[in-house]
Design a protein. Structure first.
Length: 213
C-alpha cells in the first residue's frame, strides 16, 4: 500500500502541449500511464474492503415491520379496550345527535341508531326518531353542541363504560338564535361481538341529557 501511495506522489502530469520534442512527448505519456496504473492499484484494495463491508452489512441486516393485530371473531371485554376507543365512540355518537341542521338531521340520527342496542334502541326510535325529529323539521331547528374537552370524564362500571361530556348547546329556531344552555351528555357503552365495521364491538346502551344548573 505504501509503495502504491509513493507511486502516486511521484507521478505527475506534465504540460506537454507546447513541447515538440518526441522524447519529451513520450515521457509525458509514460508519466500519465504510471499515474493511472497507480490509481488502479489503489482501487483494488479499496474495492475489496467495500465488498467485505457490504457482505457483512447484508448478512447482519434485520428488517422489522410493525403490523397492528387484525381483529379476530369474538368479543372484547371492556377492560381490554383502551379508554381512548370509548371516548372516540361516545364523541361520534354525541356529535351525531347534538349538532345538526334540519336538512341532515334524519341521516345523522339514522347513523346514530346503528350504534345502539336494546333497551335504549327502542327508546331512541320513539323519542328521537319519532317526536324529536318531527319537531326539528317542523321548526327548521339547528343545534350546535360545543364540548369542553377539559371536563370530559370516563368511568369504568364493570362490563360497562360511561363517558360524560360537558358543553354548551346553541339552538337556532327558524333562523332565530336561542340563548345557549350549559348541558351534559352521559353515554353508557358496552361491548358485543366485533365485526369488520366495528373492530372493538363497542355499542351504546344508554344516553342521557341534562342541563347544568
Amino acid at each position: 500500500m505504501a509503495k502504491n501511495v509513493k507511486l502516486v506522489q511521484n507521478a505527475s502530469v506534465r504540460e506537454i502541449k507546447g513541447e515538440s520534442d518526441t522524447l519529451k512527448l513520450w515521457e509525458g505519456y509514460r508519466d500519465q500511464a504510471i499515474l493511472w496504473r497507480s490509481l488502479s492499484l489503489l482501487q483494488i484494495p479499496a474495492t475489496a474492503v467495500c465488498a467485505v463491508l457490504s457482505l457483512y452489512l447484508w448478512s447482519t441486516r434485520q428488517t422489522i415491520i410493525n403490523v397492528p393485530p387484525k381483529p379476530q371473531p369474538g368479543q372484547y371485554l371492556a377492560e381490554e379496550i383502551p379508554d381512548s376507543e370509548f371516548v372516540d365512540v361516545a364523541t361520534e355518537f354525541v356529535n351525531l345527535i347534538s349538532s345538526y341542521q334540519s336538512a341532515v338531521a334524519p341521516r345523522q340520527f339514522k347513523r346514530a341508531e346503528d350504534m345502539l342496542i336494546e333497551p335504549y334502541l327502542s327508546k331512541f326510535r320513539e323519542e328521537v326518531l319519532g317526536h324529536e325529529l318531527k319537531t326539528i323539521q317542523t321548526t327548521s331547528r339547528t343545534q350546535l353542541y360545543f364540548i369542553d374537552p377539559t371536563q370530559t370524564k370516563l368511568e369504568r362500571l364493570g362490563e360497562d363504560v360511561a363517558v360524560t361530556f360537558i358543553g354548551e348547546r346553541q339552538k337556532f329556531v327558524a333562523g332565530k338564535e336561542i340563548e345557549p344552555v350549559q348541558s351534559f351528555y352521559r353515554i353508557t357503552m358496552t361491548t358485543v361481538p366485533r365485526n369488520p365495521l366495528n373492530a372493538y364491538g363497542i355499542v351504546v346502551k344508554n344516553a342521557s341529557l341534562e342541563n347544568v344548573k
